[in-house]
Write a protein that binds this ligand. Structure first.
Ligand SMILES: [Zn+2]
Length: 363
C-alpha cells in the first residue's frame, strides 16, 4: 500500500499544484482569469516563475531583481483573491543576469576541458550559465536573492529550480533532438573543475580531479560534488524558512538519476518543506507508468534518509487530458501531491480546466 511508504498520514489531503511562467507585461485581468480557472479546477497553489532564463530586466546598477519583485507583487493579491498559495519560482545556480556575469566571471562552473560557463554556450544555450557551489560569495549572493523575494508581502513560499550542476548527461529522451551522444560522461559536459574546486578536493584527497582517467568512477569526486550542491541547496532552503516561508525545490526525476545526470543529491536537501521531482517521462523515454515507479523511489529514499519533506510528483500536462490517470499514478507511488508543468498548456487547451476539475473533484 502506498500509505505504508508515505511518511504522511493518509488523511492529509492530496495537493494539486501547477507551475506557471510569470510575465511582467501580463495584464491583471488575464492573471485574474487564469487564477480563477485554476482555483475552480482544484489547484491549491501556483509556482510562479519570476526569474527565468530570460529575465525581463537584465541590467541594473545593482543585482536586485526588480522584474521578479514586480511580477510577484502583482500576482500575490490575485492569488489571495482566489484562495491560491503563491510560491516564487526562482532559477538558482543557473543565473542569467548580465550584471553578475560582468562582475564575477570567476564564479561560474568550469568543465573538464577547462572551459568556463561564463565563456561558452553549453548545449548551444546562451542562458546555460551555472554558478559553482564552492565559490566564496555564491551562497551569500543567492541568499540575497532569496531575501529580496521574501520581502514581497503575502508570498507563501520560495521554490528553487536549477539547484544543480549542468547536465553531465541529458535525460535520455532528449539526446537525439539535442544532437548529442552521451553513452558515458564526457569532459565537455562534466563540471566543476574550477581552480577552487580542484584545490579543495586536492586538499581533502591528494587528487587533482582533472588527472582522473574516469572521473565518474571516483566515488570521492562524485561525493564531493553531491555534497557541495546539497550544502548550498540546504543553506538556501533554511534561509527561506528563516524568512517564514515554505521552502521547496524542483529536482530531477529520481534520486539516482539526479545524482548521475546533474550531481544533485536531493535526498540531502533537509530543510525542504516539499520536493518536486520533475518526472517528465517522455524526456526519459519512459511510459507514463514510470511516474508511479519514480515517485515511489523518491518517497522511499526520503523516508530512508529521515527527510520529512513532502514529495509532489512533477508531471507534464497530459496531452489527452487524462489528469485523473496522472494523479492516480502519483498517489499510487506514495506522493503527497502532484504538480503540473505547466499552466501554459491550459491556455492552448481550455478544455483541460474542466478535465482537471473532474479529476480533482474525485479526490
Ligand atoms: Zn567549482
Amino acid at each position: 500500500m502506498a500509505t505504508i511508504l508515505s511518511c504522511h498520514p493518509a488523511e492529509e489531503p492530496f495537493r494539486v499544484y501547477a507551475w506557471m511562467s510569470g510575465k511582467i507585461d501580463m495584464p491583471e485581468e488575464r492573471l485574474d482569469s487564469i487564477f480563477s480557472n485554476a482555483a475552480r479546477a482544484g489547484i491549491s497553489g501556483i509556482y510562479l516563475e519570476c526569474h527565468g532564463g530570460y529575465p525581463s530586466i537584465l541590467d541594473s546598477t545593482s543585482f536586485r531583481d526588480s522584474a521578479a519583485l514586480t511580477i510577484l507583487r502583482r500576482a500575490v493579491p490575485v492569488a489571495k483573491k482566489h484562495g491560491l498559495e503563491l510560491h516564487a519560482w526562482m532559477w538558482t545556480t543557473n543565473r542569467c543576469e548580465e550584471t553578475l556575469l560582468q562582475a564575477h566571471p570567476e564564479w561560474y562552473e568550469v568543465n573538464g576541458l577547462g572551459e568556463s560557463l561564463a565563456d561558452i554556450e553549453m548545449y548551444n544555450r546562451k542562458h546555460y550559465r551555472f554558478l559553482c557551489p564552492n565559490h566564496e560569495g555564491v551562497a551569500e549572493y543567492l541568499k540575497d536573492r532569496v531575501r529580496e523575494l521574501a520581502e514581497v508581502e503575502g508570498l507563501d513560499g520560495i521554490h528553487l529550480d536549477f539547484i544543480r550542476f549542468p547536465d553531465a548527461i541529458l535525460p535520455y529522451g532528449l539526446h537525439e533532438s539535442r544532437g548529442v551522444v552521451q553513452d558515458k560522461v564526457y569532459p565537455q559536459w562534466d563540471c566543476c573543475y574550477c581552480d577552487e574546486c580542484r584545490a579543495k578536493f586536492k586538499a581533502q584527497t591528494g587528487i587533482d580531479p582533472l588527472e582522473l582517467d574516469d572521473p565518474t568512477a571516483n566515488p570521492e569526486w562524485m561525493q564531493f560534488r553531491w555534497d557541495a550542491m546539497a550544502q548550498l541547496a540546504d543553506g538556501l532552503l533554511e534561509e527561506i524558512q528563516a524568512c517564514g516561508l515554505k521552502a521547496s525545490a524542483a529536482v530531477f526525476a529520481t534520486p539516482e538519476e539526479a545524482r548521475k545526470l546533474v550531481r544533485q543529491d536531493w535526498v540531502q536537501f533537509r530543510h525542504a518543506d516539499a520536493l518536486l521531482p520533475m518526472i517528465y517521462h517522455t524526456s526519459y523515454a519512459q511510459p507514463a507508468e514510470w511516474i508511479e515507479t519514480a515517485t515511489r523511489e523518491g518517497v522511499t529514499a526520503l523516508a530512508a534518509a529521515g527527510n520529512k519533506a513532502r514529495l509532489y510528483s512533477g508531471v507534464s500536462v497530459p496531452r489527452d487530458g487524462d489528469f485523473a490517470g496522472r494523479i492516480a499514478l502519483a498517489r499510487a507511488g506514495g506522493a503527497s501531491g502532484i504538480c503540473f508543468f505547466s499552466l501554459e498548456a491550459f491556455f492552448r487547451h481550455p478544455e483541460y480546466w474542466s478535465q482537471l476539475q473532474a479529476a480533482t473533484a474525485a479526490l
